[in-house]
Ligand binder design. Structure first.
Ligand code: HMG
Ligand code: MG
Length: 302
């Protein structure tokens, strides 16, 4: 199998955004440094969202100001609106992620906008961002691509127009979010099949939550179809505050283990990766749900 996989670590953002226990900026920085030590290079750091909506990420400006800039890392952050863009531009970050969804109810609950309003805002945000960062990277997230926590099943034909509009406005990548972690491979394949008529596999990243333990099966199905960009979070941290019942992200440990055992080099040291999120789990008073995480830690201790 080809080795050109892209691993995007979303733990500091998606992993923490839903946690009520405040994690200090220092702890986040230490976490990020440990993730870099493990060999990961692309990290979604935080979000420029309203601190009233997501208090855990209220330190976005301070966190970005303190990030190590000499470690070859690619840092990105979520931007929901104009105010978020202004804050992002102030920090100088040159990779942003815009986010909308395939279902109206989720979009309304998540960003207080309709899908059409969000896309219209993104057009303006893209234009302004590119004026400042002509070579900057813009990801466009589409959430609820399989099912919405408020509306139920989402058909591929509902997803496609949102994906196409993001592509048409010139984002660098589209990330498909299986927000609540219900999907099985046949459903993800059906979606991929519909999208592949109109969009290159290289443009797509997959973002699976692992609420029901199906995320790695979905990764495998998409890997076989030629997709090479996958999101995951250290230890399987995560969940969306506006997606009731959503569990954590696919654990990065599960993803790295799956790839390495399949003969794909990831450049990630699994032991260092498993250790990276341990202080965060301790602060949260829980343990990682990832079996690979647990097995790697047991092997380290044994
Ligand atoms: P709103 O209340 O409609 O905003 O929220 P508003 O424009 O009416 O402003 C209200 C107040 O918020 C004002 O302050 C603004 O200045 C302030 P006040 O005058 O009351 O003092 N404000 C902001 N402050 C800081 N940064 C901003 C900002 N915008 C307004 N950017 C808003 C709209 C989009 C802000 C809100 O809905 C929000 O923050 N939503 C974010 C929700 C979120 O972070 N969700 C999780 C991320 S998405 C996800 O997890 C899914 C994903 O992982 C993929 C998948 O799994 O599917 C990506
Ligand atoms: Mg998510």
């Amino acid at each position: 199998m080809p080795s050109a996989v892209r691993l995007i670590e979303v733990g500091p953002r998606d992993g923490l955004q839903n946690e009520k226990t405040p994690i200090s900026t220092e702890s986040k920085l230490s976490f990020i440094n440990c993730l870099l030590d493990s060999g990961l290079r692309e990290i979604e750091i935080t979000s420029f969202v309203s601190p009233k909506w997501v208090p855990q990420l209220g330190d976005a400006m301070d966190l970005i100001a303190a990030l190590p800039m000499d470690r070859g890392a690619l840092y990105s952050a979520l931007v929901p609106n104009q105010k978020g863009l202004e804050r992002a531009l102030e920090t100088g970050i040159d990779r942003i992620a815009l986010f909308t969804a395939a279902s109206e109810s989720f979009t309304k609950k998540n960003i207080n906008a309709t899908i059409a309003e969000s896309l219209a805002n993104f057009r303006e945000i893209m234009t302004e961002f590119r004026k400042v960062h002509p070579k900057g990277f813009v990801r466009g997230y589409v959430s609820t691509v399989i099912e919405c926590p408020y509306e139920g099943r989402v058909a591929p034909d509902q997803v496609k127009p949102v994906v196409m509009e993001l592509a048409q406005m010139g984002v660098n990548e589209i990330c498909l979010g299986e927000t609540i972690g219900v999907a099985v491979p046949a459903e993800v394949e059906a979606l991929a099949h519909v999208l592949e008529d109109s969009i290159d596999v290289e443009m797509i990243a997959w973002h699976f939550h692992d609420t029901r333990g199906t995320a790695i099966a979905n990764v495998e199905a998409m890997w076989r179809r030629g997709y090479r960009s996958f999101d995951a979070s250290a230890g399987g941290l995560g969940g969306c505050p506006y997606a009731p019942g959503a569990g954590g992200n696919l654990a990065m440990e599960d993803l790295v283990y799956f790839l390495e055992r399949s003969g794909v080099q990831t450049g990630v040291d699994l032991s260092k990766l498993a250790l990276a999120s341990e202080p965060i789990w301790q602060e949260l008073g829980r343990t990682s749900p990832s079996k690979v995480h647990q097995a790697v830690l047991s092997a380290c201790q044994g």
